[in-house]
Design a protein around this ligand. Sequence first.
Ligand code: G6P
Ligand code: MG
Length: 215
Amino acid sequence: MTIKGFIFDLDGVLTDTAEYHFRGWKRLADEEGLPFTREDNEALRGVPRRESLLLILKGKTVSEEKLQEMMERKNQYYLEFIHEIKPSDLLPGALRFLEELRAAGLKAAIGSASKNAGEVIERLGIGSLLDAISDGHSVERQKPAPDLFLHAAAQLGLNPHDCVVVEDATVGIAAARAGGFRTIGLGPKERVGEADVVYPSLENVHLDQALRDLA
Ligand code: G6P
Ligand code: MG
């Protein structure tokens, strides 16, 4: 088995911005009188901004202008949350895992559908541990299409089958599998059970153990 690089989703994998996306959408939904629960939010993990809003609207039709305004409003709420992000907001194990990759000479990239990924990475202070960033600006077709992870692998100069994708979202695991990547799912089996290997989080996962589990 040759594994030469890891591609990480960002929100819900390296930091808990999945919670901030939820709070942003929840505030918008409350303002609009749209029923939206934490459980509903599970279906939004990894889903781009526009598709997320369409899921929240549950078939309710609104004008394009109103859609744009609501997406902008949610993004303003999200930006308020991420302005506060600092290196200590990395999830347990995330920094150590990135450092283990560096020490082992393996490549690391981000594959996040978020257009705000760059700002979050900068605030987390992990830029120097990453070789490439593919984000919401990088490709047209988002997850579950494999395009974003293929974009990241190409930036690393690696073939998909030499890379592992680390994801917390059902659509993210589907995207990685569609691209021919190996996969680590973080979270409950109901969400990421299609991954090759599933862990609750990166907290107790060391690189050597992950490579053994993937083999
Ligand atoms: C990631 C998150 C989603 C979010 C999407 C777009 O995939 O998991 O919750 O909707 O990025 O983020 P953005 O910051 O561009 O609205
Ligand atoms: Mg995610």
